[in-house]
Design a protein around this ligand. Structure first.
Ligand code: CTP
Ligand code: MG
Length: 181
């Protein structure tokens, strides 16, 4: 039971960080953030990181956090254990951190000579965790400490790559994404 609780809390707490990437895929397009600029003979970020995708990703993450916070009392009641309600700063850290992590990953991909869409195992699956969690800790340390216990952090690190691979394969099969990663 305790294990299931930990998994439920980890999944729920991370949802506002999981959704921005998928929203960006659906909403992406338009002007790239780097404006087409290059550093050396390579793009700074590439055409896969756009203003619209990033903005819509953050908005989707914030909206989801708001909805989850509204339904949290009834869901917690039904489950019999408490799930996190999101403070505005926690929501912002998760949503903006996820997009920022994804952008930093693209920066690293371009610096290491990888073309847009190239795979970077590990980084692709955990980039948004690595930036969103420290950002949440920075913006709302009390909330972070209350919910992200060592057990929850462990589940996040294990669960996130599994969910990431699964959703990306589905998005690829549906024709929404160009690569299954
Ligand atoms: N996307 C976007 N803005 C973002 C992130 C993603 O517009 N900040 C959209 C782009 O259309 C992108 C798609 O979502 O092509 C898939 O995202 P991702 O896999 O992160 O980008 P890639 O195109 O694979 O580019 P990269 O190699 O830089 O990851
Ligand atoms: Mg990609």
């Amino acid at each position: 039971m305790a294990v299931l609780e930990t998994i439920a809390i980890a999944f729920w707490a991370m949802l506002p960080a999981y959704v921005p990437n998928n929203a960006a895929v659906l909403a992406g397009g338009g002007r790239p953030i780097d404006g087409g600029r290059t550093w050396g003979d390579r793009r700074v970020l590439g055409d896969g990181k756009t203003w619209r995708g990033t903005a819509m990703g953050i908005v989707a993450g914030l909206a989801l956090a708001a909805v989850l916070t509204v339904i949290e009392p009834s869901v917690s009641d039904a489950l019999g254990f408490p799930l996190p309600a999101f403070t505005p700063f926690a929501a912002l850290g998760l949503a903006a951190g996820a997009m920022l992590g994804d952008i930093l990953a693209s920066f690293l991909k371009r610096r290491t000579g990888r073309q847009r869409g190239a795979m970077f195992p590990g980084l692709d699956q955990l980039d948004f965790v690595v930036v969103s969690l420290p950002l949440v800790a920075l913006l709302d340390f009390d909330w972070f400490r209350e919910w992200f216990t060592l057990e929850v952090l462990f589940v996040v690190v294990v669960l996130t790559p599994i969910l990431h691979v699964t959703t990306n394969v589905i998005a690829y099969k549906l024709g929404l994404k160009n690569e299954p990663w």
